[in-house]
Write a protein that binds this ligand. Structure first.
Ligand code: PEP
Ligand code: MN
Length: 336
């Protein structure tokens, strides 16, 4: 449940309400808006029975939060969050573009990508060092060696860097090298990994599972935030449907739905959603129009030679064009 304080309720009144909640063994989370303060309550609310909290000084009303996710819920935090990762602020007013190869394949490949995406205007370099491949015989990633190249690319270009982690061991290593970790679609419900990402405090981009509902996805984010890490960005990357013309189906409705249900920023990944290079530009535009806070795009110096996801990877020139073509859409959406 949330306790909505009256406009202009004193700090002291807010403190008393929070103290009362905590004295009953519950957690109190404050969200101070421009006009009203909301006190979110996490825990078994029956413990507040007989506390008369509803008539405490400064309390306007009490609203039940029926969803099982609380801290990522918009009701707990009506203002959209801005997440800082490296030098970037992800959230309202900006369009964050993360771009780079599917997998880090070599030092030169990554550095070439870094210079190219930086020049085109991206603010994050992406690249997988631990690849969650469908087949165990496919390229699995360079692991720590790849992370070292990422760090070098960051130092050379000033880009922020993001890498996926697929295990607790990978997480422990990656936090030494990157600005943000990615939990991929296949690990969206790896609860031990989510909890450890929560304890790490490192900014996390949480991708939607291949067949996850929005509710399940927000509950996965709740695992991270409930361990004390509020630095979470969601990423819609397409879901499994009966359609086979694209690799997955980009759930564009997820953008306004997430906007309505959560305060967390949302990035759209049209590369993994479609698996087809030609569809990336129209869906990038659609994502911006729908309200996305950013895009994740796969880029490769030679898509035909890529060790993974070549068919969806853009060449440097195509990425340059994409950035130029989406700029007016970003401006129209009030984002820079
Ligand atoms: C990726 O971004 O490299 C990736 C594997 O994506 P997803 O988890 O969305 O499949
Ligand atoms: Mn990929």
């Amino acid at each position: 449940m949330i306790i909505i304080m009256k406009p202009g309720a004193s700090e002291e009144a807010v403190q008393k309400v929070s103290d009362l909640i905590r004295s009953r063994g519950l957690q109190a989370h404050l969200s101070k808006g421009a006009e009203v303060t909301i006190v979110g309550v996490v825990g078994d609310k029956t413990r507040l029975q007989g506390s008369n909290i509803e008539i405490s000084e400064g309390v306007d009303k009490i609203v039940n939060v029926t969803e099982s996710y609380k801290l990522v819920n918009k009701k707990f935090h009506p203002e959209d969050s801005v997440i800082t990762a490296g030098t970037a602020s992800i959230g309202p007013g900006t369009l964050t573009v993360m771009a780079g190869p599917c997998a880090i394949e070599s030092h030169d490949q990554l550095l070439q990508c870094a210079y190219a995406v930086k020049k085109a205007g991206a603010t994050f370099l992406r690249g997988g060092a631990y690849k969650p491949r469908t087949s165990p015989y496919s390229f699995q990633g360079l692991e720590e060696e790849g992370l070292k190249y990422m760090k070098e690319a960051r130092e050379a270009t000033g880009l922020n860097v993001i890498c996926e982690v697929t295990s607790l061991r990978a997480l422990e290593t990656a936090v030494k090298y990157v600005d943000m970790i990615q939990i991929g679609a296949r690990n969206m419900q790896n609860f031990e990994l989510l909890k450890e990402a929560g304890r790490s405090g490192v900014p996390v981009m949480l991708k939607r599972g291949l067949a996850a509902t929005i509710d399940e996805w927000l509950n996965a984010a709740e695992y991270i935030i409930s361990e004390g890490n509020p630095n979470i960005v969601l990423c819609e990357r397409g879901i499994r449907t009966y359609e086979t013309a694209t690799r997955n189906t980009l759930d564009i409705s997820a953008v306004p739905v997430i906007r309505a249900k959560s305060h967390l920023p949302l990035i759209v990944d049209p590369s993994h959603a479609t698996g087809v290079r030609a569809y990336i530009e129209p869906l990038s535009k659609a994502a911006i129009a729908a309200g996305a806070d950013g895009l994740m795009i796969e880029v490769h110096p030679c898509p035909a030679c890529a060790l993974s996801d070549g068919p969806q990877s853009l060449t440097f020139e195509q990425f340059d064009d994409l950035m130029a073509h989406i700029r007016p859409y970003a401006e129209l959406a009030g984002r820079s």
